[in-house]
Design a protein around this ligand. Structure first.
Ligand code: CO
Length: 475
């Protein structure tokens, strides 16, 4: 007989998920249990931080780690695996010089004031390109992305860097969460251009293009930290949380990048809608302060724009994700699935909680529901100790939750893959990389997306440090 207290004392902490993986492997067939859906064929490509020390320098924040790409290819009932450090400029410089050369999110190498100014105000010259947040497909190109304007193109089979810059975003900061442009087949994103006169710039990159095409430019005095944005059929949706930066202070302070941002709750959370066709902005939507990394989806309904996000009460989560705290098992702030209804007629904002309990790293049936109403959201969720302990499915119509979890196992973002020809929104599979902390290794977990029952798992011989985001590419 075991009580919850016993279970807590005997469970193995997820520290290994924040520990460097040096090994690069190629494995033709992983040990597989269960049965893969016969229709499931393609590759799950993911990126995430995997190296947290360079020489004597230790990365301070989870977001700082040097990027590693992972590939799980499902073909004819078998799963092959490969992983490789992303050969970015940041990675090559670190390897060649044995020290950290480019600054990261919350860790900065010693650098002169002149160098800092130069980095910030002459884009491209010395910005890092450690693309550890997300991967995406742009036409026939595969790119890894972070929040600097420099994506890294790679080969989806070998994971080797292609050695060419696919494009450069028009600013110093951007997001690693572009949206698909249904009409043009390219991608949409925003960037913040910092300077004496700063602006937010929305841009498109067409499938074959090597330069962005600007859609809109909005002046801003103190840019907000934004990790993603929303998209409806008509609007680009910007949610400015009150975590803001003075661009000049950022250039001059000498502190690592994110530590220049200030929490100013009196600003509230401000929404701006930008017309995709004309670039015209409609602002003035304001509600109480909150913070989010991830928009879940957005769509239009009558005279309202519906915007769903995983919302935190404040920006404490950024503090919580410092490696020292994560490795010590300190509690991590949780986000709730929150809906914001922006009414165009009077610019009012109504806020409602869609489900009890936490969710982060959210995914939807994107191909079907992007820009349109959705019913289901999948994500990672907490458990007794609070963070990445399971996978959750939320039905936003009735607020119900289903979860998958297993002792000592820590799950990452579940990527939804629709069954070809599916009629139901949740007819498909979920792919997630799970750390088995007791076994000190990770596995690819395949769940039925409808009821979260396990279909199959493929075991990797080593641990995979927790990664942020990935995409499934059908073969
Ligand atoms: Co993200």
């Amino acid at each position: 007989m075991s009580t919850p207290a016993d279970t807590a004392t005997t469970s193995v902490a997820p520290t290994l998920g924040y520990t460097t993986l040096e090994e690069e492997a190629r494995i033709d067939a992983l040990p597989l249990s269960g049965e893969l859906p016969a229709w499931l064929a393609g590759s799950l490509l993911r990126t995430g931080p995997a190296k947290f020390e360079i020489g004597s320098q230790h990365m301070r924040h989870w977001f700082d780690g040097l990027a590693m790409l992972h590939r799980f290819t499902i073909d004819d009932g078998a799963v092959s695996y490969g992983n490789r450090f992303l050969e970015s400029r940041s990675y090559r410089a670190a390897r060649e010089q044995g020290r950290m050369v480019y600054g990261e999110f919350a860790t900065d190498p010693c650098r002169s004031l002149f160098k800092r100014m130069q980095t910030l105000f002459s884009p491209g010259s010395a910005l890092p390109d450690n693309a550890n947040i997300n991967v995406t497909r742009l036409g026939e190109r595969f790119i890894a992305m972070t929040e600097t304007p420099l994506p890294v193109q790679f080969d989806p089979h070998t994971l080797a860097s292609a050695g060419v810059r696919p494009y450069e975003a028009p600013g110093q900061l951007t997001t690693a969460h572009p949206h698909m442009d249904r009409a043009g087949g390219g991608m949409l994103n925003y960037a913040a251009k910092l300077g004496a006169r700063s602006s937010y710039r929305f841009f498109a990159v067409d499938p074959e293009a090597t330069a962005p095409r600007q859609i809109a430019s909005l002046p801003v005095k103190e840019p907000a930290y934004m990790h993603s944005f929303g998209l409806t059929e008509r609007w680009l949706v910007l949610a400015e949380f009150p975590l803001v930066v003075n661009p000049l202070a950022l250039a001059l302070s000498g502190r690592p990048y994110i530590e220049n941002y200030r929490w100013k709750p009196e600003l509230g959370t401000r929404f701006t809608l930008v017309d995709r066709a004309t670039g015209e902005a409609t602002g003035g939507f304001r509600t109480d302060a909150c913070f989010a990394f991830h928009h879940v989806n957005a769509y239009e309904e009558g005279d309202e724009v519906v915007v769903d996000m995983c919302a935190f009460a404040d920006a404490q989560i950024i503090e919580d994700l410092y490696l020292e705290r994560l490795r010590a098992g300190k509690p991590v702030a949780t986000a709730e699935l929150t809906r914001f209804r922006l009414r165009l007629t009077d610019r009012s904002v109504r806020r409602e909680l869609l489900a009890d309990g936490d969710i982060e790293l959210p995914r939807i049936n994107y191909g079907r529901c992007n820009e349109r109403p959705h019913r289901y959201v999948w994500g990672a969720c907490g458990g007794p100790s609070g963070w990445l302990e399971g996978i959750v499915k939320i039905d936003v119509e009735d607020g119900s939750r289903q979860t998958w979890s297993q002792p000592d196992c820590y799950a990452g973002e579940p990527v939804f893959v629709a069954r070809p020809g599916a009629e139901r929104e949740d007819d498909g599979a979920l792919l997630s990389i799970v750390l088995d902390a007791r076994a000190e290794s990770s596995f690819l977990l395949v769940l039925d997306a409808a009821d979260l029952s396990e279909l199959a798992r493929a075991e990797v011989p080593h641990h995979i440090p927790f990664s942020f985001h990935g995409q499934f590419v059908r073969s």
